[in-house]
Write a protein of this length. Structure first.
Length: 382
């Protein structure tokens, strides 16, 4: 019998398996694909990390802990999982991206600078802001590498004794005494606790919770800048989130994949509905043209030559906050899902939270904002 079963070994599940195994817990990890795959939300080479958080100041304590744990993961694994390049939050002063980031920075005393359009152009000449746009610069922003993070989590979890089984998805679970029984096509496993980290499979695997989750297809694009990648080197070019007057956002990265790897850019929350089984994995010419035109008006050297594109999936809640907590009706089950396109930077601390919930039934981290019960009685707008 296992103490804990973790179902889903992407970012959150791999981190949970590591934290549990590191505490001496007997862990079984189940994953429907191999140790590395591009069918969920933990791929694409990079994810932004930042602390001046426009999604809400309540996230900042979790981010501070996540940074500590990313550094520990890098040291323990020897893998390159986090790089700080600095980050720009760009838009009109009243935009959510700028005003929310500034509010979080001021609430928690985070070091930051405010730049007007002229200052932004002088300091980072690859950007072409409008005269009425400003930027918050945060030196502690940067990017994390999702594939390397998952690989490090799994490697260290296995080293600590976790039993990790790939190509063996959970098909169902049921209550069994004070614990659970987890069923796959290959076996039935009793355990004291179940951690569910299903990613875009959450609407099906957590159907009993009636969570208002929407799975969206999002495309990541890589363009080779005109004139080469030198101005986009991580030592010179920060990550960025840019909000236009209509509230549309793009986000992007320096050129982190060598001189021919291009620089990555994407729209933030501008995808269509999808499911994991019907995901359109092709990237279409009209999508490339739209992205090139949009970012070219803001980073004139970036569109250049299209290198490649890769879809991923966001699993989004109506309030864009996460779902993390005990199952409301089954205390031997914990859930983590609905990360709404901004969750990967929290991977190590979510793993720590899920280990707390499985072992202690509660966490010292502030997770009330993410309570699954907040959607009780929710009805989809007509």
């Amino acid at each position: 019998m296992f103490d804990v079963v973790v179902a889903g070994l992407g970012g959150m599940g791999s981190a949970a398996a590591l934290h549990l195994a590191s505490r001496g817990v007997r862990v079984l990890g189940l994953e429907r694909y191999g140790a590395a795959h591009a069918r969920g939300s933990s791929h694409g080479g990079s994810r932004i990390t930042r602390q001046s958080y426009f999604e809400g100041a309540a996230y900042v304590p979790l981010l501070l802990r996540a940074y500590e744990l990313f550094d520990r993961l890098a040291a323990d694994s020897g893998r390159d999982v986090i790089t700080l390049t600095g980050g720009l939050m760009i838009g009109r002063p009243e935009s959510r991206t700028v005003s929310g980031s500034r509010a979080s920075a001021e609430r928690w005393g985070l070091a930051h600078e405010m730049l007007d359009a002229a200052q932004l152009r002088r300091r980072f000449p690859m950007f072409a802001p409008r005269p009425d746009e400003v930027a918050l610069f945060e030196a502690r922003a940067g990017f994390v590498r999702p594939e390397a993070t998952v690989a490090a989590n799994l490697e260290l979890a296995a080293r600590a004794g976790a039993d990790l089984r790939f190509h063996e998805p959970m098909t169902r679970w049921e209550r069994s005494g004070d614990g659970v029984r987890v069923v796959t096509a290959k076996g039935s496993y009793p355990a004291g606790h179940l951690v569910l980290t299903p990613g875009p499979w959450a609407p099906d695997l957590l159907a009993d919770l009636n969570l208002p989750l929407t799975v969206e297809r999002q495309v990541q694009f890589w363009f080779q800048p005109r004139g080469g990648t030198a101005p986009f080197h991580p030592d010179r070019h920060p990550i960025y989130v840019w909000e236009d007057p209509a509230g549309r956002q793009i986000y992007g990265f320096p050129a982190i994949d060598g001189p021919d790897g291009g620089a990555k850019v994407a729209f933030f929350r501008r995808g269509g509905p999808a499911t994991p089984d019907t995901l359109d994995t092709a990237v279409h010419e009209d999508e490339v043209a739209e992205m090139a035109a949009y970012c070219g008006a803001r980073l004139p050297d970036l569109p250049g030559a299209f290198r490649r594109g890769e879809p991923c999936m966001y699993t989004t809640t109506p309030d864009e906050h996460f779902v993390i907590g005990p199952h409301p009706e089954h205390p031997a089950v914990s859930v983590a899902c609905g990360f709404s396109g901004h969750g990967f930077k929290f991977v190590p601390v979510v793993g720590e939270i899920l280990a707390d919930l499985a072992i202690e039934g509660a966490s010292v981290h502030p997770i009330g904002l993410f309570d699954p019960r907040r959607f009780a009685g929710w009805r989809r707008p007509i």
